[in-house]
Design a protein around this ligand. Structure first.
Ligand SMILES: Cc1ncc(C[n+]2csc(CCOP(=O)(O)OP(=O)(O)O)c2C)c(N)n1
Length: 642
């Protein structure tokens, strides 16, 4: 932007304001919007590269469409920061992802412009199609429905299910494929190669120009315009395009590839496409991180870089004098390689999360034995089942919340056949700023109801290593190991591996009156609570259950015989969770203790720092202290957030 140009973004709060400007102003608006995102995300954190990559697309969409009457659906939604800023949330954008602030993803309850709540990928085509069919049934034939989906999200089965259905519905649906060749890590698979081939093909590029020229002329052509464009398309395809087009084969009309950073042209094309009925796909080529050199260069690192200096690009890291405990995900990554070196049957599988899960450590060390299968959790699980059926030991690492997608595959393909697939569920428990869509709240509950499944959670890095070691020892059947986002507690984590007895917990300390039964990392909160309580003369017993299934019945008999007051603590949903399992045990065995269950209540927990959310749900150290004290003095307390 030239210095003497008057800034425009301060006057734009809603799409109606944007529409006041001329097409010639759109580039300047894009530059200012991009800078606004950089300014706020650099000091506030959040997703970065994806929103920068769709600045022009965002401006063009709100300029050309009549939102919110027209329905705009973002896939995943991590790229929707520009959309939020242009739709009434500029002044609160600095609260993005903070406790009580706006959500980092589109959310129906937040704005009428957020047509569909997202966070998990590949839902946009189905959702927008549903809206388009609803409009059709309601006779609202002038309404546009647009799904914006990345090439990464397009790899999921759900996206294809949507395309497959849309191809036979004559509804007003425009799918915009935002192709930047990236998922979080580089995108993978044959579809990606196909998209690259049509992006670089000369004939397609010529086709693109012919079609966009035809479209630009469309408005001048009067009532026969659609027929004319269709004719041009056909002849261009017939003569220049010898190869078939995947989307055309699915009854979509394919347009592109177009430059996703040419805002004026994009706005014109979107306007023109609105006049064409039926399912259409516009293939936009963009650069993830566009406009911030470092983000363009290292797109994985800048997917969600944390805080950074917006001038130098230096990513801020806390400096510690003492060695710090590692992240659980890194303990997983290094331990997997260590195990795989000793056991040639081990293979690694990740659905599109090599960096997020640290599976990239194995992918680098043993590229032939570690697979990124794309955003395809269901496939990841059934693929693992196939590998296991042939005697291999797959370590299938999926974030707890994304595993929700593959519930049937876990039961039907793995558990019924009792196959030895090791599920390593990262981000188990409250995940933090990503919010309700990303909290790993349900895995304990949904894994423990499956026959044959071992359900475990380590309290620290050493236990994670030992559980992983145990899970691959001999034919153990399906085995779930869940651990949270973030760091453990042991700076010296690399301890010798040893077998754990399946279904055996451990006593951390004996006590009086009250017993604390914990599962996983929250056991450390209980240790801290006990320390404080001990100094006040209160001595709860503490047991680390390690396994939710099978439960350590011997341990539980000891607990219920000795303690009339029991507190269960888990970073998971209370309905169906570990506490519920212990209540079942208590009733089945005719014990009558008073039990308080601490965990995630039967509610969706919004975004915030992990520690803030643990506190809200009442199972952090302070929450445990409060629960113990309420039991010791005989008062009752709510087991869930107040
Ligand atoms: C079901 C599911 N699995 C994994 C993820 C994690 N995830 C968030 S964004 C992303 C990459 C999406 O790539 P793409 O759709 O191409 O968008 P881009 O970031 O490149 O703009 C992934 C894998 C998710 N959100 N949902």
């Amino acid at each position: 932007m030239e210095d003497n140009k008057r800034p425009l973004l301060p006057n734009i709060n809603y799409p109606a304001d944007l529409k006041q400007y001329k097409e010639e102003d759109l580039e300047q608006i894009c530059q200012e919007l991009r800078q606004y995102i950089i300014d706020v995300v650099s000091v506030n954190g959040g997703h970065f590269g994806a929103s920068l990559g769709v600045v022009e697309l965002t401006v063009a969409l709100h300029y050309a469409l009549n939102t919110p009457y027209d329905k705009l659906v973002w896939d995943v939604g991590h790229q929707a920061y520009g959309h939020k800023i242009l739709t009434g949330r500029k002044s609160v954008f600095h609260t993005n992802r903070l406790l009580h602030g706006i959500s980092g993803f589109p959310k129906i309850s937040e704005s009428e412009y957020d047509t569909f709540g997202v966070g998990h990928s590949s839902t946009s085509i189905s959702a927008a199609l549903g809206m388009a069919v609803a409009s059709h049934l309601k006779g609202e034939t002038d309404r546009q429905h647009v799904a914006v989906i990345g090439d990464g999200a397009m790899t999921a089965g759900l996206a294809f299910e949507g395309l497959n259905h849309a191809g036979i519905e004559n509804s007003n649906l425009l799918v915009i494929l935002n192709d930047n060749c990236m998922s979080i890590d580089p995108n993978v698979g044959a579809l990606k190669e196909y998209l690259t081939s049509i992006t670089t093909s000369k004939s397609y590029n010529r086709f693109r120009d012919d079609v966009s020229n035809a479209l630009i002329k469309l408005s001048e052509l009067g009532p026969n315009a659609h027929k004319f464009v269709k004719k041009i398309e056909k002849s261009v395809k017939g003569t220049l395009l010898k190869q078939s087009n995947l989307f055309e084969a699915l009854n979509f009309r394919y347009f592109g590839p177009v430059d996703g950073h040419d805002v004026k042209k994009l706005a014109a094309i979107i306007k023109d496409l609105s006049a064409i009925p039926g399912p259409k796909l516009l293939h936009c080529v963009t650069v993830k991180g566009k406009g911030f050199a470092l983000a363009e260069k290292d797109q994985t690192k800048w997917h969600a870089p944390g805080l950074f200096d917006k001038i130098t690009g230096e990513i801020k890291k806390s400096v510690n004098e003492k060695p710090q405990p590692p992240k659980y995900q890194d303990v997983f990554g290094h331990t997997l390689v260590e195990l795989a070196e000793a056991n040639p049957a081990i293979v690694g599988i990740t659905p599109a999360m090599p960096s997020g899960s640290s599976m990239n450590i194995m992918m680098k060390a043993m590229p032939k034995r570690a697979f990124d299968v794309g955003i395809a959790e269901q496939h990841a699980v059934t693929f693992s089942a196939g590998l296991a059926s042939q005697g291999l030991v797959p370590f299938c690492n999926i974030y707890s919340s994304f595993m929700q997608r593959a519930f049937d595959q876990v039961i039907h393909d793995v558990a019924i056949q009792n196959l030895n697939v090791v599920f390593c569920l990262d981000r188990g428990g409250l995940a933090g700023a990503d919010g309700a869509t990303h909290h790993g709240a349900y895995d304990i509950a949904f894994m423990r109801c499956i026959p044959n499944m071992t359900v475990s959670a380590p309290m620290n890095e050493e236990e994670l290593r030992n559980l992983m070691y145990t899970a691959q020892l001999k034919d153990q059947g399906p085995f779930s190991i869940r651990y949270p986002r973030g760091s453990g507690v042991l700076p010296d984590w690399k301890r010798p591996l040893k077998e754990l007895k399946i279904g055996k917990g451990r006593k951390i300390c004996d006590g009086e009156d009250v017993a604390l039964l914990t599962i996983g990392h929250v056991g450390n909160f209980a240790v801290a609570a006990c320390k404080e309580l001990n100094s006040e003369g209160i001595h709860p017993a503490h047991y680390d259950m390690r396994f939710v299934k099978p439960l350590d019945e011997e341990l539980l008999h000891e607990v219920f015989k000795r303690y009339k007051k029991v507190i269960t603590v888990e970073d998971g949903c209370l309905p169906g969770g570990m506490g519920a399992a212990i209540l079942e045990f208590m009733v089945d065995n005719n014990y009558q203790s008073t039990v308080i269950r601490l965990g995630i209540p039967d509610d969706f927990i919004d975004h915030g720092e992990q520690a803030e959310l643990w506190s809200i749900c009442g199972f952090d150290t302070a929450g445990i202290l409060k629960a113990v004290k309420s039991m010791v003095v005989g008062r009752t307390t709510s087991s869930i957030a107040s």
